[in-house]
Design a protein around this ligand. Structure first.
Ligand SMILES: [Mg+2]
Length: 304
């Protein structure tokens, strides 16, 4: 993930001169978007998800306070950093703006250097917050989503699927004889193998909503929303085959001369919808069966 990219600043002001002056300040370093009223601000915020909004308080039709309230009410835009910029310079105006959740409050007439410095500081904080959020959701070794991220997404996708009646497929992948691999080749080699398997699993997913996460140890979980059993099984079979094709030697395995994986998978039964724990336990049981049946295979729940 790239945290050094150009950040987007939305300048919202009903005064054309203010808009131009502010836009000129930020154009050299940032992508600048403009809005001349409250409606435009909300529309551009939702469409472009800017990193920061410089929001005029006094505008006809909808004032800045109301714009901020609506931004906060929409989950998509709720966390956008907003700086009020206002001709209302009384301390109570400033206090009111900050109480409403603005990150800062700048009075007009503004000093250009001060505006630039404050915006730069807040954009830096946005960058840092994004990095922390990213780290909180990513497994450090494999760079897949971590268990916490998976749990969040899985719960949301299960609910969505039960509501919509659309299929949701889930598969658990486990590296065969991984303890023997680590014992034989050492843990640094084990980590490398696990990373290669994780990369291959992630590369085998086909849709933006598909998720590969490290569930624990050498176990990877794949979540395929809106995917029927037959289609999901194809994806998982292809991933398992691609992992064998990596030809990572595994002399200590009784299964094959190279690293292999076993998998268990199931698709949410929409006729009698299960909860997330029930579906997971089915996939887990099938993974266990794949292991018992000799490993290096995929067991999928029969449809119906
Ligand atoms: Mg104004």
């Amino acid at each position: 993930m790239n945290f050094a990219g150009t950040q987007k600043v939305l300048v919202a002001d009903d005064d054309v001169v203010n808009r131009q002056v502010l836009a000129e300040l930020f154009k050299p370093e940032h992508t600048v978007l403009l809005a001349k009223n409250g409606e435009q601000t909300l529309e551009r915020a939702a469409r472009h998800l800017p990193d920061l909004i410089l929001l005029d308080v006094v505008m006809p039709d909808m004032d800045g306070y109301e714009v901020l309230r609506r931004l906060r009410a929409d989950a998509q835009t709720a966390h956008i950093t907003v700086i009020f910029i206002s001709g209302l310079g009384r301390p109570e105006d400033e206090a009111n703006g900050l109480k409403m959740g603005a990150a800062d409050y700048i009075s007009k007439p503004f000093n250009e250097t001060v505006v630039m410095a404050r915006v730069a500081m807040h954009l830096q904080m946005v960058r840092q917050r994004r990095m922390l959020e990213h780290l909180a959701h990513v497994d450090g070794l494999t760079e897949l989503a971590n268990r916490r991220r998976f749990d969040e997404v899985y719960e949301a996708e299960c609910q969505r699927s039960r509501r919509s009646g659309r299929p949701l497929s889930l598969a658990l992948l486990d590296i065969d004889a991984f303890k023997q691999y680590n014992d034989f080749y050492g843990h640094p080699a084990g980590d490398r193998a696990l990373r290669a398997v994780a990369r291959t699993a992630a590369a085998g997913l086909r849709r933006p909503a598909d998720l590969a996460a490290r569930y624990g140890g050498e176990e990877i979980v794949l979540l395929l929303p809106d995917t029927e059993a037959a289609q999901a099984q194809q994806v998982v079979n292809a991933i398992c085959a691609a992992i064998v094709d990596l030809q990572i030697p595994h002399e200590a395995s009784s299964v094959a001369p190279m690293l292999t994986v076993s998998a268990g998978g199931a698709t949410l039964n929409c006729a009698a919808p299960e909860n997330s724990a029930e579906l997971f336990s089915v996939a887990d049981t099938l993974l266990y069966q794949a292991k018992k049946a000799g490993r290096n295979r995929v067991e999928w729940r029969k449809p119906g």
